[in-house]
Design a protein around this ligand. Structure first.
Ligand SMILES: Nc1ncnc2c1ncn2[C@@H]1O[C@H](COP(=O)(O)OP(=O)(O)O)[C@@H](O)[C@H]1O
Ligand SMILES: [Mg+2]
Length: 251
């Protein structure tokens, strides 16, 4: 059963950046199979990881809805969707990638969300680590897409709003009774950890880490260069190695 790492936080705080870097770090460590999950319908985790044209769950669901005759009669629609996702999921060096994608019509979100939840429930058995890049909203928590969570990493910037949003996520996780076994807060872009002391106490966080601002990360993002091309000695790569060592001190 995989270690399921959920990365959450307000939009723009750095969830996708950290999810991509953590995926690459875990893949590099070669400590077991890694699955990265882009659970944000406005997804860009695949770009950050340098994987273009990743097939999404939404693509597969839309295509099957348009061509229902392709569903084998003995299989049923749900099973066929899951079979195709399994078959067409992007595989890369050291990790696989599952992308939720953006559903076409209104009301489709729920359906795609259910497919994602069912797929993840099955895939968890096949991997050592599952890294989930959550959306900025709290939908996945309130819809319980995220039922299993070994490590919850909430990302915040140094702003009051960022820290307050992080607090709301920890609060919701408690309210929804989500079994987030270990909870961490990452203060991104060189934000200080002192302002999070109250959150650490209130929500019994295992750790609050400072993650460095790295101008190369911002530059890559502006130019559309994937984070997989970041040099190993860059601030962000060193930062994620440190975060990994603090979360899994014995590995
Ligand atoms: N540590 C960092 N140093 C420099 N730029 C960063 C850092 N973390 C994130 N960014 C930049 O901030 C922007 C938002 O980050 P992103 O990971 O897309 O946030 P989110 O997924 O939470 O919306 C991107 O342009 C990204 O390159
Ligand atoms: Mg993102």
């Amino acid at each position: 059963m995989a270690d399921v790492i959920v990365i959450a936080g307000k939009g723009g705080t750095g969830k996708t950046t950290l999810a991509a870097l953590l995926t690459l770090e875990l893949a590099k460590k070669d400590a077991g199979a890694v699955l990265a999950v882009d659970a944000d319908p406005n997804s860009n985790l695949s770009d950050a990881l340098g994987l273009q044209n990743a097939v999404t769950i939404a693509d597969i669901v839309d295509e099957i809805s348009k061509h229902p005759d392709t569903v084998p009669p003995h299989m049923g629609k749900e099973a066929f969707i899951e079979y195709r996702i399994h078959r067409e999921m992007t595989e890369s060096e050291g990790f696989d990638l599952l992308v939720m994608g953006r559903p076409e019509g209104p009301g489709c979100y729920c359906y795609i969300n259910n497919v994602l939840r069912n797929c993840m429930a099955k895939l968890i058995a096949d991997y050592r680590y599952v890294v989930i890049d959550n959306e900025a909203g709290l939908e996945h928590f309130s819809r319980k897409t995220t039922r299993v969570c070994s490590e919850l990493i909430v990302v915040s910037d140094g702003t009051q709003v960022g820290v307050r949003s992080a607090g709301r996520i920890f609060e919701l996780v408690e309210e929804m009774d989500i079994a987030a076994e270990r909870r961490f807060l990452v203060m991104n872009k060189s934000a200080g950890v002192d302002q999070a002391a109250a959150l650490k106490r209130e929500f019994r966080l295992q750790g609050v880490f400072a993650f460095p601002l790295d101008v190369t990360v911002a530059d890559f993002s502006a130019k559309g260069v994937p984070l997989s091309q970041l040099p190993q000695d860059s601030g962000a790569r060193q930062g994620i190695t440190k975060v990994g060592e603090q979360i899994w001190p014995k590995n």
